[in-house]
Write a protein that binds this ligand. Sequence first.
Ligand code: HEM
Length: 409
Amino acid sequence: FMNQKGWDFTNPDLLVEGIPLEEFACLRKTAPVWFNAQEPGKGGGFHDAGYWVVSKHADIRDISKNSEDWSTNRNGVIMRFEDDMPAEALEVTKALLINHDPPEHTRLRKVVSKAFTPRAVHGLEEKLDAAARKIVQEAADSGNGDFVHQVAVDLPLMAIADLLGVPQEDRMKLFDWSNSMMNADDPEFTTPPDVASAEILGYGYNMADARRKCPAEDIVSTLVNADIDGHSLDEIEFGYFFILLTVAGNETTRNAISHGMNAFLDNPEQWEIFKRDRPATAVDEIVRWATPVNSFQRTAVRDTEIRGVKIAEGDRVGMFYGSANYDEDVFDDPFTFNVLRDPNPHVGFGGNGAHFCVGANLARMEINLMFNALADIVPDITKLDAPRRLRHGWINGIKELQVDYGTAA
Ligand code: HEM
């Protein structure tokens, strides 16, 4: 029941080759709630505790919607065992919004959700549209190069810098910190994650001081002046909001844009449809296809069961979005990239529960603006080489995608 890498679906050596679609398809059919006794993220070695692999769309939806039975606070959302992580570090990650359970989660989420309503996001549209066009034009002028760094990286950074109130000239700092914090499993990223997190926290605290003295129209001002049942956020809560917002929308949206381009380059007929009709459905198909976050975990709060399989209190359950988004019970022809797919109830942003991606509206807008700019400015773009993929335990990432922008005179 295993390939040569073992079926630890959080093993970076497995995901570096892409979402293991065949293995997931097999599990969905034969063992949709499957216990993996391997130690997560290690590529071999067994762990007494192990974790459950949940691969069906319907089950992931059910778990996501039920925060009473399924906690993110007990072990966090990232599948790592305590012995991989110093106890203090684990304790601190619990300060992240995503690692709180209701009712604390509900109170904290209210503080930021206002910044991401469709209306608030719409207010950024003109600016981000101009930014997307400038990014693509500069890439086009270079003739050819790495799409990831020339095109995909910058728009998500600009958007989050703008929302947080970070001056645009500092946005590359956010980029470096978030790369180091998120990509410790890839040997190309060398700054230790704890150094990066200390630096980002220091930066956030300085901004918080400035905004306490003189508030502006940005999320940092909202956070430092937040009133949660008569309390403001404490320093740690503020700091970890700042980290989560910086990191969460950065790699994810970048990878959606890079995977989307790669999918269009592999499926030229879909690129033709997009260029001609600009279907609004394309964005969600890109997120489904890419599934930038392959998995997040929950921990069972009490003895329970999924599809009749008994799960004990304290057991960890991996929700594999990368499987659910290709579930043949939900999607016709799931292995076909189809920009006209409608409906498209993918779980790329999570399964519609309390933790559903707060930045989904923003991410959708960024991806839409970017592909419209690409279709207008570099309609004849072609691929020069296969993408180089990120080595990571839960992010489905592309590090480099060499393209010819088709703009040479
Ligand atoms: C949560 C994916 C963009 C901020 C999540 C979750 C997923 C996800 C899977 C967890 C959902 C759950 O557990 O139910 C993505 C993808 C993105 C993206 C694929 C891009 C294509 C963004 C952006 C931001 C953002 C642009 C903000 C600037 C967050 C935050 C949470 C979250 C703060 C935690 C919400 C909570 O716990 O209440 N995202 N995300 N994300 N995302 Fe995103």
